[in-house]
Write a new protein. Structure first.
Length: 633
């Protein structure tokens, strides 16, 4: 008999959710309104549909699940998990879907290990991580925080209806930078190792234990860079580890396969592979479901992957402005109590503003949405410095516009009308549970920090005519720190000195000009105390050059400080002080900026005009930088 007649073939579908960030309900808690663009309640419908299409299906979650919107804060701050019989609402929703396994994301650690341990008890599916180890006295060497791998024993039905055993190895990995980002929560408790080395250790071990297939749950993104130890976004290098069959990744909130990866090293968008390995990244907040279809053949060496196809299925069509998935009633019912509790929580009043607050143009002009955060940080830090050796030094504050559209879409902007300020507005202004830190820096170091932040802008050719794009979309706006307490200009006709990852690109470049404190030039050696957050203080080399500049690491969250500040003000009329401006572009030249269509509703600032609709629902605006003003000394 011919060998082809003896072959046994089967199909296996692997599904991924990632970076859900507590977006269980299709609801925008910042805007206090239902949405159709994202939410696990709709992703769940895609999961059920994808299962119905195939008989052999595995479902995994890739982390960043427990933090990221007001529901996460409500659960973490309200003691809900300590009540008898209560589990985290994310697991109320997910347990009903029958997940096979999951791993941790970097934001799982934001509320501390004790909280994470308590939350994980609610999962009806196992967790794995291979590159996190317990640390501290009396901890045996090599003790993992979670099982470094799982060997799932499943069955698979072949194309003729026969059922066979299938052993699926699963390895979880998380970016090791958590040790910087959550140092206060993790130092002395956990230690992180390199993800690629962990995969190289445990893939062969799983093979030895009989794994037919190996799936990596890699909470990291793709970056087209040379391999180096402790790389944050290591998917490209993980794809080269022998024995890996599927990679499910995330962290970067992007969609793979997708246009953003066109031409990248090792990428085949038509098949959805990286160096030949099937891979998928399912966006953010449940806006996509990752789907990897494998063609398998049973040989003398076990099941082999003979073909594959990967795709990320959206829950919403931005072009047609139409939902592609129904809302799953079982999910919405399972989290109804938590949803209603979150609504009560976000509607709690904390103050009042006589002026609207938005971030529509926060990337080109000083914005109240950043000003109010920096004012609160300076207010807090002045009190903390009293009675210390630093109390007579100038107090500055660094803050960034978090919500500026980008990969999150045209609805991702702060937009608070004049009137009452509630908890939801605090979360809208500052949507991370960071804690405040203070850094002691010189004037020269302050300038370098600003040079790095100015990497947000593309280089504008002053002779290049109108319509040049201003913003580098690969530079996250949360890295565009505005430092209040000094004034300065940013020359966007000069090349960026640093990349987003603090790599020195153009050592001689100088975008930052006219840096002044109280009207006089800042000298290289004068000292400043700068309020920022733990993320910036512990993970950004230009902000903390030698790692020794932290003079205060507070347990108080930046959001709580903002809340306390607003309460102390009562009724406030916030105004931006216009301490920075963009320069170098000749009068009359207009560059292009994408923002929300809602930006037009209240009238446009001088120097900014509407230029039509762009891709993805964004509005296009022409900006005459020389007409914006700013840099008030």
């Amino acid at each position: 008999m011919e060998e082809s007649k003896l072959s046994i073939k089967a199909n296996l579908r692997v599904l991924e959710t990632t970076d859900l960030h507590v977006h269980m309900m299709n609801y925008d808690y910042y805007g206090d309104r239902p949405v159709l663009e994202y939410g696990f309640a709709q992703t769940a419908a895609l999961i059920r549909q994808a299962r119905a299409e195939r008989g052999n299906v595995l479902l995994f979650d890739n982390g960043d699940l427990l933090q990221g919107n007001p529901m996460g804060d409500y659960v973490a701050s309200g003691g809900i998990l300590e009540e008898p019989g209560r589990i985290h609402p994310v697991y109320d929703a997910m347990n009903a879907l029958g997940y096979d396994a999951a791993t941790l994301g970097n934001h799982e650690f934001n509320y501390g290990l004790a909280y994470l341990d308590l939350a994980l008890q609610g999962a009806a599916f196992p967790y794995t991580n291979a590159n996190l180890y317990l640390d501290g006295e009396n901890v045996p060497p090599g003790s993992h925080y979670l099982p470094p791998y799982l060997l799932l024993e499943r069955t698979i039905e072949d194309e003729n209806g026969a059922v066979h055993p299938l052993k699926v190895g699963v390895i979880g990995l998380v970016t090791p930078q958590i040790m910087n980002w959550d140092k206060a929560n993790l130092e002395g408790r956990l230690r992180a190792e390199d993800m690629v080395e962990a995969a190289k250790t445990y893939v062969p071990k799983l093979k030895q234990e009989g794994a037919d297939l190996i799936v990596l749950l890699a909470h990291c993104g793709y970056e087209d860079i040379p391999e180096a130890p402790m790389t944050e976004n290591a998917v490209l290098h993980l794809s080269r580890v022998p024995g890996v069959d599927v990679i499910l990744f995330g962290h970067a909130h992007k969609v793979f396969p997708g246009a953003a990866f066109e031409g990248k090293t090792g990428v085949d968008l038509s098949r959805g592979t990286i160096n030949g390995i099937p891979a998928v990244e399912a966006g953010y907040a449940g806006d996509h479901l990752g789907v990897v279809d494998l063609e398998l053949e049973l040989t003398g060496e076990g099941w082999q992957v003979t073909g594959s196809r990967a795709e990320a299925r959206p829950v919403y069509d931005l072009t047609q402005a139409a939902a592609l998935a129904r809302t799953d009633e079982e999910v919405t019912e399972s989290i109804r109590e938590a949803h209603e509790g979150t609504l009560s929580y976000i509607r709690t009043a904390v103050g009042e503003t006589t002026e609207p607050i938005d971030s529509f143009f926060a990337l080109v002009r000083d914005s109240v949405s950043v000003q109010i955060v920096n004012d609160a940080q300076r207010w807090y830090l002045r009190k903390q410095m009293q009675g210390t050796p630093y109390e007579k030094l100038p107090i500055l504050a660094a803050g960034a516009p978090f919500k500026t559209g980008g990969r999150y879409g045209p609805a991702y902007y702060t937009h608070i009308p004049a009137g009452p300020l509630a908890v939801k507005h605090i979360a809208d202004l500052y949507n991370y549970p960071n804690t405040l830190c203070a850094l002691l820096l010189t004037g020269a170091e302050l300038r370098e920090w600003l040079e790095w932040a100015a990497g947000l802008f593309l280089t504008i050719d002053p002779r290049g005519g109108d319509g040049q794009s201003l913003i580098d979309r690969d530079f996250p706006s949360f890295n565009f720190d505005i430092i209040d307490g000094v004034t300065y200009t940013i020359d966007v006709t000069q090349p960026a000195k640093y990349s987003a990852s603090c790599e020195l690109l153009h050592p001689e470049s100088a975008r930052i000009g006219d840096l002044r404190f109280e009207g006089r030039p800042v000298s290289a050696d004068e000292r400043f105390v700068v309020a920022t957050n733990n993320y910036r203080a512990f993970s950004t080399p230009v902000a903390n050059p030698d790692g020794q500049r932290i003079i205060l690491s507070s347990a108080d969250e930046n959001r709580q400080i903002l809340t306390d500040y607003i309460r102390s003000c009562g009724r406030m009329s916030p105004q931006a002080d216009n301490n920075w401006s963009l320069t170098g572009v000749p009068a009359g030249l207009r560059v292009e900026l994408l923002s929300s269509p809602d930006a037009r509703a209240g009238g446009l600032p001088d120097g900014i005009s509407f230029a039509g609709m762009g891709e993805g629902g964004f509005a296009r605006f022409e900006v005459e930088l020389s007409a914006l003003g700013g840099n008030q000394k």
